[in-house]
Design a protein around this ligand. Structure first.
Ligand code: GTP
Ligand code: MG
Ligand code: NA
Length: 457
């Protein structure tokens, strides 16, 4: 069998970078969606996967591929969006740990920023190859938009001052990357894809450079990394997120990297209280070009083949741990052995369960955002006693009420992006428990300052 005949799976690409560099906007432009517009304050606070079929990529690269004539062997790309805000390093880390290749987004006007450096360090630690999208190129001085041209050709048509502004900004970023021991070059000047990071100018507003970006990625995967994305039957599946969904209970969003998952499969996942053995009740996928984190009609599947983002519905997933592997129990498998294997993963993350004897009660919609919220509160020096995912029920208010006798200032419940049930509201009123409810983490800053400030006085 020649390499050309081997079946390739869709590469998993993770989009990383500083806040507001345009990560979600780039994905929106590729998918023709508006996820960014639906986010609270335009801030990404969750991790999401979406599948872009090869047909879409062919369409988007049509203009510039006439000359290049790249043959597409990949079935598509599986894109993972991550938040850029500093509190969410857990999700950046999870995304970068999972992907075959990363797209590091840098704002061409701002250059390298704090989470750009953090992202570079994550990628280096995991030895994950990446390309850089130099985004917001439309903000370069007097930039002119052209369609169906490669960025190299476009630059030749820009006026002299524009070309100069572009070159000086790009050179500055190349110098900044060099300070972090990275060699980088505009992709059409890059003669060594293995050693030099490719820079691709893009605009998520005009769509310029997106074709270039996709072709660079596809060529890298097909020419240099084809071995890594050759389809394998051995199951490889990672839990991206643990989510409570109304009507479905606790579900996990997983990325199936290799192999097949079937409805009815007996699975083992890592749990905070020990390994969880359960049976897949349903396998839900978003339609192509839609994201797992967005509320769209999900499609039920009898079976899923890698690579794909999938929402798994199964009983008993409440204590599942995001970032760990999922195992299918095959006929010849030793269940106890798989449970031990699964538990190894948990032991490495259990250290993150850092609740205190006395502290506030917090709630968020996903495990990932709950972790980020905990990290954020730690930074604010606010101890956490209870945490849970999903809507706020009466029992959660009762947890907060326990603090009334221990240290009344901590008898509060912080609901981050989750619904507060009517009965919970009533109980809170009766017991005089404050519930603070916000859609973005950062809005808690002022409310908590006011709250704890008022108590001191
Ligand atoms: P976080 O996920 O919160 O870290 O942000 P992000 O990196 O996903 O950035 P997002 O897509 O939310 O975009 C941030 C802002 O930049 C929005 O107002 C976008 O409209 C704008 N923006 C994104 N890409 C471009 C671009 O190419 N050009 C210009 N001019 N604006 C852009
Ligand atoms: Mg975003
Ligand atoms: Na944003």
């Amino acid at each position: 069998e020649t390499p050309a005949e081997k079946e390739l799976r869709s590469p998993i690409l993770c989009i990383l970078g500083h806040v507001d560099t345009g990560k979600t906007s780039l994905l929106d432009k590729i998918r023709s969606t508006n996820v960014q517009g639906g986010e609270a304050r335009g801030i990404t606070q969750q991790i999401g996967a979406s599948f872009v079929p090869v047909e879409t990529i062919k369409e988007q690269t049509k203009g510039i591929n006439e000359k290049l004539k790249v043959n597409f062997r990949l079935p598509g790309l599986l894109l993972i969006d991550t938040p850029g805000h500093e509190s969410f390093n857990n999700l950046r880390s999870r995304g970068s740990g999972l992907c075959d290749l990363a797209i590091l987004v840098i704002d061409i006007v701002h250059g390298i920023e704090k989470q750009t450096v953090e992202s570079i360090n994550l990628l280096r630690m995991r030895k994950t190859p990446f390309v850089v999208a130099l985004n917001k190129v439309d903000r370069v001085y007097e930039w002119q938009k052209y369609v169906n041209l490669s960025m190299n050709e476009e630059l030749k048509l820009q006026n002299r001052h524009t070309a100069q502004d572009f070159e000086s900004r790009t050179n500055k970023i190349i110098a900044q990357l060099a300070e972090h021991e990275l060699n980088a070059a505009l992709y059409w000047r890059n003669s060594d894809y293995k050693k030099v990071v490719s820079l691709v100018p893009t605009s998520a507003v005009t769509g310029e450079g997106l074709g270039d970006l996709m072709l660079v990625v596809v060529q890298l995967m097909q020419k240099i990394m084809s071995e890594k994305v050759t389809y394998r039957n051995t199951l490889e599946c990672t839990i991206l997120e643990v989510k409570a969904i109304e009507g479905l209970g606790t579900t996990v969003d997983a990325v199936l990297v290799n192999g097949v998952l079937n409805e009815g499969d007996k699975i083992v996942v890592s749990g905070f209280g020990g390994p969880i053995v359960t049976t897949i009740r349903s396998l839900l996928t978003p339609p192509p070009l839609r994201e797992t984190r967005v509320k769209t009609a999900l499609i039920p599947n009898k079976s899923i083949r890698a690579s794909m983002g999938v929402k798994i519905v199964a009983p008993g997933l409440e204590k599942a741990v995001a970032g760990t592997s999922l195992y299918v129990v095959g006929e010849d498998d030793d269940l106890e052995e798989l449970k031990r294997e699964a538990q190894k993963d948990v032991d490495s993350v259990l250290a993150t369960d850092d609740t205190e004897e006395i502290g506030v009660t917090i709630q968020a919609s996903t495990l990932g955002s709950l972790e980020a919220f905990s990290t954020f509160l730690k930074g604010e020096k606010i101890p956490v006693a209870f945490k849970a995912i999903g809507p706020v029920h009466k029992k959660h208010v009762m947890n907060a009420a326990i603090m009334a006798n221990k240290d009344p200032k901590y008898a509060i419940l912080l609901a981050f992006g989750v619904k507060v049930e009517e009965s919970a509201m009533q109980t809170a009123n009766e017991l005089k428990i404050t519930i603070m409810s916000e859609e973005t983490i950062y809005l808690f800053v002022d409310r908590l300052k006011t709250y704890f400030g008022a108590i001191k006085e």
